[in-house]
Design a protein around this ligand. Structure first.
Ligand code: ADP
Ligand code: MG
Length: 393
């Protein structure tokens, strides 16, 4: 979909499937993109995250096949139908978009599930490469469709783990478990508290509209090249910090123990490691604070914690960029309750919490600030907490 506007109209997916493959699909499934409210760079430290599903979804029309053939098509990519043999699927051999759904077939088969082929037609309104997890939406919609068609009986969290395995091992992207779990497990009107260590999860009330609030996503439309190496460097730094503190992961450093931990590190570790540890431990604490406020029906008080989280990502982890900082500054200056970058940083998206009545003013101020700075106009849309993957028809 070129305009990436969320749509619940699935007739076009069925029609396109019929035009491609000559028969009606067995069914149509949907899986959403996501945005993380708070808890950044905590997932590879065994910590907490708090994503919500977006109304933007990947839709898949799918039919089962029993002859070992996998046919894949995306309405959003030029290049026609990709045909693969399920027996020949091998990790890191396919560098096109088709690796995401093919990786899911591979991961299911690797786990012993007898998937013998499929015809798949996909289309998605999740913006790609904006930190909103268009890749996980693609994986999870494929996983759910195959789970239903092959009656595998896997749960949503199990499908998420298999989808993550597809992305890690088959596509070759070292992502955590948050994206796939959010796409598979989120529910309408909630954010998902996920413990990335033991994978326990809880739906946290996040019905902002009922409180007269809105969460805006601001997609800066930039991606700075710095990002890839920086992610690996932060990861290594966090691991070094955990080792120096004698813990399995930074998740094990209690917030109250942070001053002592920082003192220990100041004597023995890199200056950067000290900053990374401070970010991870404080952001993990912020997730718990945000959840306590949401449970107490006090979502307005979440705003300052978002901004604190941004400051920590900017100054301690140093993964922000001029465009993301400008979103936060201009939104807050225009009266937003708080804002932060979300996702890996160096571009991608930010979230802004605002009174609904102020949303237009805040949006206009952010757009004006970008125009004045000479940046490409960002894309701004409300993050309405939506349902996770489901069968549509
Ligand atoms: P993100 O998940 O943050 O959007 P990624 O780089 O992880 O960014 O995934 C984006 C990739 O996912 C695209 O480059 C493409 O290969 C694949 N993808 C996403 N949406 C679609 C789509 N609608 N059709 C085909 N491929 C898609
Ligand atoms: Mg992705």
């Amino acid at each position: 979909m070129s305009d990436r506007t969320p749509s619940t109209d699935t007739a076009h997916v069925t029609e396109a499937f019929v035009a491609l493959y000559g028969a009606r699909p067995d069914g149509v499934w949907a899986a959403p993109g996501r945005v993380n409210l708070i808890g950044e760079y905590t997932d590879f430290n065994g910590g907490f995250v708090l994503p919500l599903a977006l109304p933007h979804t990947a839709l898949a029309a799918v039919s089962r096949r029993d002859d070992g053939v996998l046919r894949l098509h995306s309405a959003d990519i030029d290049g026609g139908v990709v045909q693969l043999a399920v027996d020949d699927l091998a990790p890191l051999t396919n560098t096109s978009w088709a690796a995401y759904p093919a990786g899911v077939v591979w991961a299911l088969r690797e786990a012993g599930h007898p998937v013998t082929g499929a015809d798949i037609h996909l289309t998605s309104t999740v913006p790609t490469g904006a930190g909103l997890s268009s890749s996980a939406a693609l994986e999870v919609v494929t996983a759910l469709a195959l789970n239903d068609l092959y009656e595998l009986g896997l749960t949503a969290p199990q499908l998420a783990v298999l989808a993550q395995r597809a992305e890690n091992a088959f596509v070759g992207v070292p992502c955590g478990i948050m994206d796939q779990t959010a796409a598979a497990c989120c529910t309408e009107g909630h954010a998902l508290h996920l413990d990335t260590r033991d994978l326990t999860q809880r739906q946290v009330p996040f019905d902002l509209a009922a409180h007269g609030l809105q969460l805006l996503v601001v997609d800066t439309r930039v991606k700075h090249a710095l990002g890839d190496g920086a992610y690996a460097e932060r990861r290594t730094g966090c691991e070094a910090g955990a080792r120096a503190l004698g813990v399995t992961a930074l998740r094990d450093v209690a917030y109250d123990a942070l001053p002592d931990a920082l003192e220990t590190l100041a004597a023995s570790a890199d200056e950067a490691v000290v900053r990374y540890v401070r970010h991870v431990v404080t952001d993990n604490q912020r997730v718990e604070q945000v959840i306590a406020l949401l449970d107490a029906s006090d979502p307005r008080a979440v705003g300052p914690l978002l901004t604190e989280g941004h400051t920590s990502l900017r100054d301690d982890l140093r993964v922000s960029c001029a465009e993301l900082d400008l979103v936060v500054e201009s939104a807050n200056a225009a009266g937003a309750l708080g804002a932060r970058m979300t996702g890996g940083g160096f571009g991608g998206s930010a979230v802004v919490l605002t009174e609904s009545a102020m949303a237009d003013t805040v949006t206009k101020s952010v757009l004006a600030a970008f125009a004045a700075a000479g940046h490409t106009a960002p894309r701004v849309f409300p993050a309405i907490p939506s349902r996770g993957a489901h069968r549509v028809s």
